[in-house]
Design a protein around this ligand. Structure first.
Ligand code: 3HC
Length: 680
């Protein structure tokens, strides 16, 4: 059966694409489009061709699943040229998402009509490729060079109503209008006026408007982070934007074909599909969470309340004292005021979201709540006492979640008579920004409660991973192992700045030691102190412990790994001496490090702990690890995640490197692992 239905209404041929879920341009669809266009273009009775898509969206781009293999004919440029060169005018009816190859198809049509809430974009750079079928060139002619360059190098879609892109569409309809009916009557009215021609805007030369390439270059470099592709695309467009469309299109296509097989493109595709896979899963039960509550109005609690209100939930924010509540509500209002000032929300959204949050010091106000998230002080006694109060006041079926980072949720659940309703919801700081959410399944948590939280995560626009109980769960446990390796390298002679720079160059959002200074060295130290220290591990956060003892807790005390009295953080001889003395005491030999060794050791430590976490069943699959690192700790997306990297490096190389580290640090730190089982 063809993916393109053809029907003729009066003198208009309607080509209706039906390739769910997102009408991606698979080889089969490309072929069916060619067949359908060829069929109607030769019919002299037909005065116009309308291209319309069934489902929730127009064509959302090339079929990314094809990118792992060789390009399959017919190729997209063939479809596009057939449309552009049609003697019968072609009109695209746009709704939903018009992305990548979808926008390339739309731009080759002679007219575009859209619902006002349609998104248009060239997101290819986010997949490590560039628009491969003339999208940049045609958008330059429809929206101006600079706007087209911004669209393609940022990868970020815009609404079709964006003033910079007003030249793209010939008519817009209200979102509630019937696109098909309105589109056909627009075409009919133009036919009556004999105003429809096959105008190939896409082949005109570009407007002679000056372009500020230098400032575009700066913006692209800042936004692209570790992804080299936006910079490559910008360079090509800057050099070639005045070439005739077809010549420039061919050159960009060559770059597309070259990049398609690059490791960066593979890593970015991996990240895309991991996100989709981890979000997938049909819900068996209807979502039943309406009223929510957060206990604790500190930084984390307030940010969780923001998250819930952003998604439209009513929230009761509960604290022990009015002063603490006022501080929390103040934080929330400040945050919303900032969003309003930056134009992220409008006044109406601002007021509506604040109105959703109410403050209380009385546990009785939680009686009708469907979900309580506890974000109080990180102490087992405090949490046990809160959960036993919740058990008394909350209605049957309410889900009781803790935001603990390290504590044993099985023990917390025992302070209630309903352990099946107790679980962990581990947000990452700042909770209203970081995408990762660990849903922690305790021993007795019911499947229904977990499933409700997976649905909640989607509503909060979080990337959720379900994990089991252990110290630090999956994310912090692996992060701790990374931090431990960094401390060991400090003791072996790697410099503080050298480590931070190496990891930033690798692509991490921040260096690990700057992160510790920012979050407070005492936070992790206090959490670790509640558990027995691994005596066999010479390097286990000894430097952090010594800094805490010296009162250097990080930025908040003006000094930690760095000093913060000057404008830029500086290295303090006191810290250098602390590290040198510890190395001597522990009998650790000093050696020279380079950036690559630091990066490799840090990633190997992540991989080592990740494999243990998978082996113990704390997470169900290796892709969960990549999702955790991409969305919880700013791992460079263009590198795919630690497990993607592990696969690139290969079992043999990993075994050799880990065995060397095992020889120097011992089997307990670098245990022999069955890497092949997880990386095959
Ligand atoms: N190719 C193949 N599958 C795709 C796809 C694509 N381009 N886009 C989405 N899908 C799949 C998803 O994997 C998912 O599959 P699943 O149900 O098996 O998990 C399904 O379609 C639905 O996708 P979402 O869950 O993401 O649906 P949403 O409604 O939330 O979002 C979307 C829709 C905004 C279109 C989003 O899927 C998206 O951003 N897709 C990628 C768009 C893109 O990057 N296009 C450019 C491709 S490159 C290109 O066009 C090159 C050209 O220049 C030659």
């Amino acid at each position: 059966m063809s993916l393109v239905n053809v029907c003729v209404i009066d003198q208009i041929a309607v080509l209706e694409i039906n390739s769910p879920p997102v009408n991606a341009l698979s080889a089969a669809l490309r072929q069916d489009m060619i067949d359908a266009f060829s069929q109607v273009q030769s019919d002299e009775q037909i005065k116009a061709i309308a291209l319309h898509c069934l489902g929730s969206t127009f064509i959302c781009g090339a079929d990314i699943r094809e990118f792992d293999g060789e390009p399959i004919a017919p190729h997209l440029p063939q479809v596009i040229h057939l449309i552009e060169q049609s003697k019968t005018p072609v009109i695209a009816l746009l709704h939903g998402h018009v992305l990548g190859g979808g926008l390339e198809v739309a731009a080759a049509c002679h007219y575009r009509l859209a619902l006002e809430n349609t998104n248009i974009g060239l997101p290819e750079v986010g997949l490590g490729v560039v628009p491969g079928a003339g999208g940049c060139q045609r958008m330059m002619r429809l929206a101006g060079v600079e706007n087209a360059v911004k669209l393609a190098t940022s990868g970020r879609p815009v609404k079709v109503t964006h003033p910079d892109y007003s030249g793209v569409c010939d008519a817009l309809f209200a979102p509630s209008d019937d696109l098909f009916e309105n589109g056909l009557s627009w075409i009919n009215s133009q036919l009556e006026k004999q105003a429809l021609t096959p105008k190939t805007t896409g082949l005109n030369s570009v407007d002679e408007v000056p372009v500020d390439w230098a400032s575009l270059k700066k913006t692209v470099a800042r936004a692209a982070k570790s992804n080299p592709v936006p910079g490559q695309l910008l360079e090509q467009l800057a050099n070639e934007y005045q070439l005739p469309t077809l010549e420039a299109e061919q050159n960009t296509r060559e770059l597309f074909l070259e990049l398609r097989q690059s490791v960066v493109a593979k890593a970015l595709r991996h990240a895309f599909f991991v996100e989709k896979k981890m979000q997938a899963g049909r819900s068996k039960n209807a979502f039943r969470i309406e009223q929510t509550a957060v206990i604790g109005a500190g930084t984390m609690g307030s940010a969780i309340a923001l998250c819930l209100a952003d998604a439209g939930f009513e929230v009761v924010l509960l604290e022990q004292s009015q002063e603490a509540l006022d501080r929390g509500m103040g934080r929330i209002k400040d945050e919303y005021a900032k969003s309003l000032a930056k134009g992220r929300i409008n006044q109406q959204q601002h007021d509506a979201r604040i109105a959703l949050i109410s403050a209380s010091c009385d546990y009785q106000s939680l009686a009708q709540t469907d979900l309580v998230i506890e974000a109080a002080f990180e102490s087992l006694e405090v949490k046990q006492s809160i959960f036993s109060k919740l058990d008394e006041v909350c209605k049957a079926g309410a889900i009781l979640a803790t935001n603990t980072s390290y504590l044993d949720i099985d023990v917390i659940a025992q302070s209630t008579t309903r352990p099946e309703s107790v679980l962990g919801l581990h947000f990452f700081s700042p909770a209203n920004i970081m995408k990762l959410l660990e849903i922690v399944k305790a021993d007795k948590t019911s499947d229904e409660a977990l499933e409700q939280m997976q649905q909640l995560a989607k509503k909060l626009r979080k990337q959720a991973v379900t994990v089991g109980v252990c110290f630090g769960f999956a994310a912090n446990r692996i992060y701790t192992r990374y931090g431990r390796e960094v401390q060991q390298m400090l003791l072996e002679g790697a410099g503080i700045e050298q480590i931070d720079t190496a990891m930033r160059e690798f692509g991490m959002a921040m260096g690990p030691l700057s992160v510790q200074d920012l979050s407070g060295i005492d936070i992790g130290h206090n959490a670790r102190s509640q558990y027995p220290q691994p005596e066999y591990d010479k390097g286990y956060f000894k430097v952090s412990a010594a800094l805490v003892e010296a009162g250097r807790l990080g930025r908040k005390t003006g000094s930690g790994f760095y000093n913060y009295s000057a404008q830029q953080p500086t290295i303090d001889q006191q810290v250098v001496d602390i590290i040198a003395n510890l190395s001597k005491e522990l009998n650790i030999e000093s050696k020279l490090f380079d950036a690559q060794t630091i990066q490799q050791r840090a990633i190997l430590a992540m991989i080592c702990e990740a494999v243990k976490v998978i082996d113990e069943g704390i997470v169900s699959e290796k892709d969960a690890i990549d999702l955790i690192w991409l969305h919880g700790y700013g791992f460079p997306r263009a590198k795919g995640g630690p497990m993607f990297l592990a696969q690139q490096w290969g079992v043999e190389q990993l075994q050799a490197q880990m065995s060397e580290l095992r020889d120097s640090q011992g089997e307990k730190i670098w245990p022999p692992l069955d890497l092949a089982k997880y990386l095959a």
